[in-house]
Design a protein around this ligand. Sequence first.
Ligand code: ZN
Length: 188
Amino acid sequence: MAILKVARMGHPVLRQKCAPIDPKTITGPEVQGLIRSMFQTMVEYTGVGLAAPQVHEPVQLVIAGGEADEDGRPTYRVLINPKVTVLDEDTRLGMYEGCLSVPGLRGWVERPAAVKVEAYNEKGAQIEFTLEGFPAVVIQHECDHLEGVLYVDRMEDMTKFAFELEADRFHEQELGDEEGEEEYEDEE
Ligand code: ZN
């Protein structure tokens, strides 16, 4: 287990399409070790999610958070070879996204608010579930990484691209007045 180096925007590993993982190898030492190290790395950098290419492993594996258990403790899903299907293209959720690979910055992105996800979990079992709201955004952000896509590619208004401090100072307040828009500030 190790804290891994996080690739930053500009590194080509973030721009390639990631290879699927052979499901038979999921419970093997290599994939399990990568999952453990990715967890450790995500916790170290206080991320709400992490994709394998962010730690220089261009394979289809993500950890995605944004959900909580009954006691309010954050929970995370490990998703291997995930397939995300948008359930409603018209209902969108906007927020300032952050990314451990784009440190210090935030950008306003609007994404579909509900998705269906099919994947393998860390035990090698096939899973399928739906998500709404913040966790749905996190999953889309993480799965974009597997296609070589960063949140900055999805921004439509570059005046809503800001350093963290300025985003907090000038943008959160202004956007907080708009009804129905939620804001989060987690690195993914
Ligand atoms: Zn990210």
